[in-house]
Design a protein around this ligand. Structure first.
Ligand SMILES: Nc1nc2c(ncn2[C@@H]2O[C@H](COP(=O)(O)OP(=O)(O)O)[C@@H](O)[C@H]2O)c(=O)[nH]1
Ligand SMILES: [Mg+2]
Length: 354
């Protein structure tokens, strides 16, 4: 059975058209609709019940009180009888006709999650530049906070389908709108069994989007919560500690080689830099990214070296630009180091230990 979960808040004007389109999907033999409404003021839940009868849909309507979108959807998960669950919006931005195709694909290709993605080849999005920007920043940050999502182009779409069994033992505690990322972070699925499919993300026909500034704030707070939940803050801390150890080694070697081995200080520096890169690499390999070690060690070392050299250029560039803008060069250097550290961290996460 397929359970289609639709969260609603003040969508009275959209329900009839949505139901008519859902009714037309005949290919799904065994399905139910669960509408989870948060205290709509326009009677969405009452209208949905009435229209459900009119169109003879297998539908249950729940009022989730003051719960937000994602927590209402979780109420839906608990009520769902299906082995497959589809989540979609009520405002017709998500074409219901895709559900049957996705279900078929899911069974045929034995997938765990199918994401209806706004940002893969073939997708068309009809929303404002601002919304696109917010979504892109959110997705970029989700790849840092939940690194296992780094190959997923759209971690924040509201349209997806999955096998209910992946939620077994998952303790979902989302805030706001981004229920998909919460599932991607906490559910037990096979990573190779996720695919993204393109679609045409239509414009809202009636009513207004409820994704406002407050929801944007909540979404980013949710990201931070996941960052901690996934223990990524600890990973970053480890990376920084190793960075400091590399700095101490670099200074120590530069001093020793120049003062005691009699080398020219620039030659000492080249040796010191490479030694600190090597030491940083080994420590990160056995500590920070020990679970991500894959493939040949030398290949990782080579990549890490390249990343470090680029980071050095980033550091120098920022030092140069900020100093030219009038900042004291020592202060500029702090910014240079900070940004170069983030650069190395991200290239480590997304490239060296991918
Ligand atoms: N249950 C519930 N549904 C909500 C809430 N906020 C929005 N929705 C529904 O979630 C879906 C997506 O919301 P929408 O305003 O279209 O957001 P957008 O598509 O991200 O601009 C729509 O079906 C809304 O009615 C809420 O607080 N509770
Ligand atoms: Mg919408």
């Amino acid at each position: 059975m397929l359970s289609i979960i639709i969260p609603t808040k003040n969508e009275a004007l959209n329900i009839e058209k949505l139901f008519r389109r859902l009714k037309r999907i005949r290919k799904i033999k065994n399905s139910e609709i669960i509408l989870v409404d948060s205290n709509s003021k326009d009677g969405t839940d009452i209208i949905a019940k009435k229209l459900g009868k009119k169109y003879k849909l297998n539908i249950r309507v729940f009022n989730t009180g003051e719960l937000d979108l994602s927590n209402s959807v979780i109420v839906g998960f608990k009520k769902a009888k299906g082995d497959f669950i589809c989540v979609m919006d009520a405002d017709l931005q998500h074409p219901p006709e895709m559900i049957a195709l996705m279900l078929k694909k899911m069974k045929k290709e034995n997938k765990d999650i199918i994401i209806v993605s706004r940002f893969v080849k073939g997708s068309k999005v009809g929303f404002s530049l601002w919304r696109k920007f917010v979504s892109k920043v959110f997705i970029f940050l989700s790849h840092i906070c939940v690194p296992k999502t780094q190959n997923i182009r759209d971690t924040s779409t509201g349209f997806f389908i999955f096998r209910k069994k992946i939620l077994k033992k998952a303790r979902l505690k989302p805030d706001g709108f981004k229920i998909l990322l919460e599932i991607l972070a906490k559910a037990h699925y096979d990573y190779d069994k996720i695919i993204e499919v393109p679609f045409s993300f239509g414009e809202r026909e009636k009513e207004k989007s409820k994704f406002n500034f407050k929801q944007t704030y909540v979404a980013f707070k949710h990201l931070l919560k996941l960052f901690r939940h996934q223990k990524e803050h600890k990973r970053f801390l480890k990376f920084c500690i190793i960075g400091v150890s590399g700095f101490i080694l670099n200074e120590g070697l530069l001093w020793t080689l120049t003062e005691f081995a009699g080398l020219f200080y620039l030659i000492s520096s080249i040796i010191a830099i490479e030694a600190s890169i090597l030491s940083n690499f080994i420590l990160n390999d056995v500590w920070t990214f020990r679970r991500e070690r894959k493939g040949r060690l030398l290949k990782r070392l080579f990549k890490f070296n390249i990343a470090r050299i680029f980071a050095l250029l980033v550091n120098l560039g920022i030092l140069w630009i900020l100093t030219a803008l009038g900042l004291h060069y020592l202060v500029s250097n702090i910014f240079g180091i900070a940004i170069a550290t983030i650069f190395t961290y991200l290239s480590s996460l997304w490239w060296v230990w991918k």
